[in-house]
Design a protein around this ligand. Structure first.
Ligand SMILES: Cc1cc2nc3c(=O)[nH]c(=O)nc-3n(C[C@H](O)[C@H](O)[C@H](O)COP(=O)(O)OP(=O)(O)OC[C@H]3O[C@@H](n4cnc5c(N)ncnc54)[C@H](O)[C@@H]3O)c2cc1C
Length: 506
């Protein structure tokens, strides 16, 4: 991946003057670049910058450089509505960042993005009706200030620098004896696993990606999981895409047709998982069985205790992990860790797993609004006590929108919907002559039941459950709820009433 140059002009406040723009977008990942596209298209006269703390674009696709890093969504829905996807349905990290580079080029966003600019604090002033941001410049080490009218948070949902690292007994003796523990989020560039014995701890999408990728040249890869995950084999390239491309159909038509096909296929699976979970379980297990060796214990290793879709289903292109298992290059152990030893890991049932390298694909630390401290008129905001407005704004925080994509469906489907709504809101404020918009509970919301950020019945992945307490809350009625499905939000968000009293304008 290339390092992307800092925007040459106007780096925050070298002259000492505080620079002001209409909108600041935080983060140059998939969501921040989408925000930039929408601002360029809808508000050519508005000034904006995208502040990104890392030295390059891509967010998740910049951070994750582990072997085989790829999407598990199809790129027709993970790609933007406005920009046709021309590659295979499941794409590598590099293919995704190349696509993002094209968007940056086409929308002329290069000069708007400021790399190595980390927002470390955000303060709202009602009298000045603007945000003041503290921005730490990684290139000079100085903290400068910027002001803006509207803050568009595209910082993602997890801490990029600090992955979740459970503590296991014995790691020090394993490391002292030459063992290596690598984390997918901070992958050591010079790690060589050719001919090595590898244990990957974890069972989620990352483990399902890294296991077959490392098994291509490792001596053997063992996936050590505490609990199984549903794994679904999908074709890397959709048959329909091959047919349409062979007919020389325009790429934007192919994009739209494939988008609809994938959305419908996904909605159907989601419906089945929610309405007839036993049938969905049997369907998923039935799809896996023929891809694994005869007599393989599918129940033990691939049948989770939770309902299908209560946690993410790991998607594997062309069943690559099942092929690696069938060819004896990879295996699965479902057990817990008793201790690391000098030479690997001993499980609770006493099995010794010899390992030159251990990969801890153990997930994220969730982060609420990038863990940036927010103040409103000098008062610190405890985000965990606030309530979401449609999963886009937060009660009591003026002129701020955030992007949180779907857990199950492609993240970008929601980023696009949120971008549309934020642009509609900015235009609405202009039309009203308002400088401030604040989500505020209405008198009829006074008796509302306050619910946790994520309902465990609906979605209960480990990283969500571990960090619930840090996250803002939701209510029991619209517009104070979130985490709805795309099938619903594609209709409700474009129709959302911006004058229903839940947004206060000044
Ligand atoms: C390995 C992996 C594979 C995935 N695959 C899929 C998939 O196939 N489909 C899917 O839907 N989802 C997938 N996801 C989820 C993925 O995170 C989202 O799809 C999407 O990339 C999130 O984009 P984002 O721009 O919102 O956030 P991020 O990608 O997290 O980017 C946020 C950016 O904001 C920057 N930032 C944060 N705080 C600050 C600050 N204070 N100041 C300045 N900059 C800041 C970060 O440095 C980062 O660059 C995957 C996640 C991982 C880890």
């Amino acid at each position: 991946m290339t390092i992307t140059e800092n925007a040459p002009a106007g780096a925050a406040s070298e002259s000492g003057a505080v620079e002001h723009v209409d909108v600041v977008v935080i983060g140059a990942g998939v969501s921040g670049i989408d925000a930039g596209h929408h601002l360029r298209e809808r508000f050519p006269d508005k000034s904006f910058v995208i502040l990104e703390k890392m030295p390059g674009r891509g967010g998740t696709w910049w951070t994750h450089r582990f072997p085989g890093a790829r999407s598990d969504s199809d790129l027709f829905t993970y790609g933007y509505a406005h920009k046709p996807w021309r590659g295979p349905s499941i794409a590598t990290s590099e293919e995704i960042t190349n696509y993002l580079d094209e968007v940056i080029e086409e929308d002329d966003l290069k000069a708007a993005i400021r790399y190595r600019h980390e927002v470390t604090a955000a303060s709202w002033s009602s009298s000045e009706h603007r945000w003041t941001l503290d921005v730490l410049r990684g290139d000079t080490g100085e903290t400068v200030q910027m002001t803006c009218d509207f803050l568009w948070m595209c910082q993602g949902y997890y801490n990029h620098q600090d992955p979740y690292r459970p503590e296991w007994p014995g790691t020090e003796r394993y490391i002292a004896n030459g063992g290596v523990i690598a984390h997918p989020q901070t992958w050591p560039e010079d790690l060589d696993w050719e001919g090595k014995r590898v244990v990957v701890i974890g069972s989620g999408a990352t483990a399902a990606t890294v296991v077959p990728a490392m098994a291509e040249k490792a001596a053997h890869v063992t996936m050590l999981q505490r609990t199984p995950t549903f794994v679904a084999a999908v074709p890397k390239t959709h048959e329909l895409a091959v047919q349409l491309r062979a007919l020389d159909i325009p790429e934007d038509w192919t994009h739209e047709i494939l988008r609809r096909a994938y959305i419908e296929q996904f909605n159907e699976l989601t419906r089945m998982c929610l309405e007839t979970p036993d049938e969905a379980r049997e369907f998923l297990l039935g799809e896996m069985r023929p891809l694994l060796p005869e007599g393989y214990d599918v129940e033990k290793h691939f049948n989770p205790s939770y309902r299908p879709w209560q946690q993410r289903i790991a998607v594997v292109p062309d069943g690559d992990i099942f092929t690696a298992i069938s060819e004896g290059r990879a295996s699965v152990v479902t057990d817990t860790i008793d201790t690391f030893t000098e030479t690997g890991i001993r499980t609770s049932s006493g099995e010794e797993l010899e390992a030159d390298i251990v990969v801890s694909a153990t997930g994220f630390n969730l982060s609420a609004l990038g863990d940036i401290p927010f103040t409103v008129d000098g008062e610190p905001v405890d985000v965990s006590q606030q309530i979401t407005w449609r999963g886009i704004m937060i009660s009591g925080i003026p002129n701020m929108a955030y992007v949180f994509g779907y857990f199950r469906h492609s993240w970008t489907l929601r980023a696009d919907l949120v971008s549309d709504l934020v642009c509609r809101l900015l235009a609405h404020m202009e039309a009203k002559g308002a400088t401030t918009v604040t989500p505020t509970l209405r008198p009829e919301d006074a008796d509302m039941e306050i619910r946790p950020w994520s309902d465990p019945e609906n979605f209960n992945s480990g990283y969500v459950m571990r960090s619930q307490h840090k996250m803002f809350k939701q209510g029991d009625r619209a517009p104070w709820t979130h985490m709805h499905e795309y099938a619903e939000e594609r209709h409700t968000l474009p129709a959302a009433d911006l004058d229903d009293g839940s947004l206060q304008y000044r």
